[in-house]
Design a protein around this ligand. Structure first.
Ligand SMILES: *[C@@H]1O[C@H](CO)[C@@H](O)[C@H](O)[C@H]1NC(C)=O
Ligand SMILES: *[C@@H]1O[C@H](CO)[C@@H](O)[C@H](O)[C@H]1NC(C)=O
Ligand SMILES: *[C@@H]1O[C@H](CO)[C@@H](O)[C@H](O)[C@H]1NC(C)=O
Ligand SMILES: *[C@@H]1O[C@H](CO)[C@@H](O)[C@H](O)[C@H]1NC(C)=O
Ligand SMILES: *[C@@H]1O[C@H](CO)[C@@H](O)[C@H](O)[C@H]1NC(C)=O
Ligand SMILES: *[C@@H]1O[C@H](CO)[C@@H](O)[C@H](O)[C@H]1NC(C)=O
Ligand SMILES: *[C@@H]1O[C@H](CO)[C@@H](O)[C@H](O)[C@H]1NC(C)=O
Ligand SMILES: *[C@@H]1O[C@H](CO)[C@@H](O)[C@H](O)[C@H]1NC(C)=O
Ligand SMILES: *[C@@H]1O[C@H](CO)[C@@H](O)[C@H](O)[C@H]1NC(C)=O
Ligand SMILES: CC(=O)N[C@H]1CO[C@H](CO)[C@@H](O)[C@@H]1O
Ligand SMILES: [Zn+2]
Length: 418
């Protein structure tokens, strides 16, 4: 079986034109005791059991791996300016590194009495602020703002994404993804990362593409500039603490983003990843039934074979959350894999060679539903690792299996270098 594969060298530019700003160095002050290229997750019942109650029993992380000083972090599941972090020297410095006089003059949104976003006076047709919640807009109307990613351009490709982790009861699900050699983009909530840091470590260890999903999961357009900055900053700091990596990508909760929020994210060098298919899986057992969500999956699976994505693929919104959503995923992934040519994380489907600020090159392998997908390498900035370093990296982490396809990738990479 011939499988087409290739690697994207660092010579190929990042997606879109990333905005550079002083604040884009924010990640350089972050610290971590984790080497993302050599992760060993402590073997405790929470990391090995597949029984939800055992997995979700709180643990104190090993202080030689993760040290959490509560005074340095916002309150868990509260807006990220809480616990007085917004008056800290650390946060004030980041805040002041941004020239707020250049920020778009777009109002902070409000809620209606019924609890939904208030669109009064906003024209979804002219959509001056590229407000996704009003118009599904992903291409900024203003200059110098990173454009969102909303689909996988490869034909008949399913962009695999899971939101709201890491959330303690994920072991059986991550085991399943590993068995199937599937890599997903995992959008982690900062509060969950501090609560369940080994879950985030596992995301990186397993070779998933980890991205941010804010600190406390608010509608970001309803937050002040300071709050938006804090939600992004502390989430990416938490992911760094638990994994050694700071994501360049994030997803706004509920998709709620406009050009003001995009501009703030762009100051940090961050780009939003949206979706173009929504399973509504989080509603199962809540405001709808599992059967209704299954019908959404059925339709999306059919789209893989009926021509809907003949010229370019999708990114699908699904969630880790709990046993209901993860069981729906496990039930449906075999059909998804047989209906689509590829099932890929977004870094791979979008040729993103550096999904993190740190030096951690992404090695792309399309058709990863057939063979193992991307892995990490130990390249230094501007250079590409030797093939032996790649092999050792893979075997050390235990996450990537070296198959014929990986060897082909290495061969191509070596050939390109020599
Ligand atoms: C990887 O980590 C293990 C355990 O933490 C350590 O013993 C080993 O030396 C490390 N290997 C490398 C290549 O850093
Ligand atoms: C926690 O952080 C605060 C603020 O940075 C610092 O003053 C304090 O000494 C730290 N505590 C520990 C135990 O490290
Ligand atoms: C810090 O954040 C809190 C909570 O959002 C807010 O009440 C307070 O006014 C903020 N303080 C400053 C100095 O911005
Ligand atoms: C999962 O969460 C949803 C709410 O999002 C809830 O309705 C459902 O009952 C939960 N399922 C389990 C197994 O906890
Ligand atoms: C493919 O299937 C989807 C889901 O049933 C449907 O909405 C769409 O119209 C179909 N497209 C074509 C070209 O048949
Ligand atoms: C994560 O798990 C905790 C504890 O089980 C739960 O309270 C919280 O709602 C979960 N978060 C999400 C986003 O599902
Ligand atoms: C769902 O829960 C059952 C038992 O409570 C467990 O055996 C199963 O592995 C869980 N599934 C997932 C995907 O976590
Ligand atoms: C990714 O790279 C492949 C192969 O070079 C190319 O066909 C595809 O258009 C690229 N996709 C994007 C989004 O750049
Ligand atoms: C990689 O592994 C091979 C085979 O085990 C060994 O010969 C080589 O020295 C290793 N290279 C590095 C850089 O550790
Ligand atoms: C990009 C790529 O290599 N796509 C291939 C994936 O595999 C199918 C067959 O299973 C090919 O048709 C695609 O061209
Ligand atoms: Zn979410």
């Amino acid at each position: 079986m011939y499988i087409r594969s290739f690697t994207i060298s660092v010579a190929i530019a990042q997606v879109a034109s990333l905005v550079s700003a002083d604040a884009s160095n924010f990640w350089q002050s972050f610290t971590s005791q984790i080497n993302p290229k050599n992760i060993t997750i402590p073997s405790i019942p929470q990391t090995t059991s597949t029984e939800p109650v055992t997995e979700c029993t709180y643990y104190n992380p090993d202080p030689t791996l993760i040290t959490i000083n509560n005074t340095e972090w916002p309150s868990i599941w509260e807006v990220a300016t809480t616990n007085n972090v917004n008056t800290s020297v650390e946060f004030t410095a980041v805040y002041n590194s941004i020239d707020w006089t250049k920020a778009p003059n777009i109002p902070v949104r409000t809620f209606t009495a019924a609890g939904g976003l208030d669109f009064t006076g906003y024209s979804a047709t002219s959509d001056p602020d590229c407000w996704w919640s009003a118009s599904v807009c992903t291409k900024p109307k203003l200059a110098d703002i990173n454009e969102d990613i909303a689909n996988c351009p490869e034909p008949e490709t399913w962009g695999l994404t899971y939101d709201d982790g890491p959330n303690c009861s994920q072991n059986a699900f991550y085991d399943y993804l590993e068995e199937q050699k599937l890599k997903a983009t995992m959008f982690y909530i900062g509060s969950n990362v501090l609560d369940w840091p080994y879950g985030a470590m596992r995301g990186v260890l397993d070779g998933h593409h980890v991205a941010g999903h804010t600190w406390s999961h608010q509608y970001t357009t309803t937050l002040t500039n300071q709050q938006v900055l804090a939600e992004l900053y502390y989430t990416h700091k938490a992911i760094k603490l638990a994994t050694g990596l700071t994501p360049r990508y994030w997803r706004p909760p509920y998709g709620d983003i406009d050009d003001r929020v995009r501009w703030i994210a762009s100051q940090l060098g961050l780009t939003a990843i949206m979706w173009n298919l929504d399973t509504d899986d989080w509603e199962a057992g809540f405001t709808t039934t599992v059967e209704t969500v299954q019908k959404n999956y059925d339709a999306f699976e059919l789209m893989g074979t009926n021509g809907t994505f003949a010229t370019s693929g999708n990114i699908v919104l699904t969630h880790e959350i709990n046993n209901t959503t993860m069981s729906l995923a496990i039930t449906n992934l075999p059909k998804i894999m047989s209906s689509y040519k590829q099932v890929l994380d977004v870094a791979t489907c979008y040729n993103i060679s550096q999904p993190y600020f740190e030096d951690f090159e992404w090695t792309h392998t399309l058709n990863s539903s057939v063979t193992p997908a991307s892995g990490s390498s130990s390249a230094t900035q501007g250079t590409v690792t030797s093939s032996s370093a790649k092999i050792n990296q893979s075997s050390t982490s235990g996450a990537y299996q070296i198959g014929p396809n990986s060897l082909l990738v290495i061969a191509i990479l070596s050939a390109a270098l020599i």
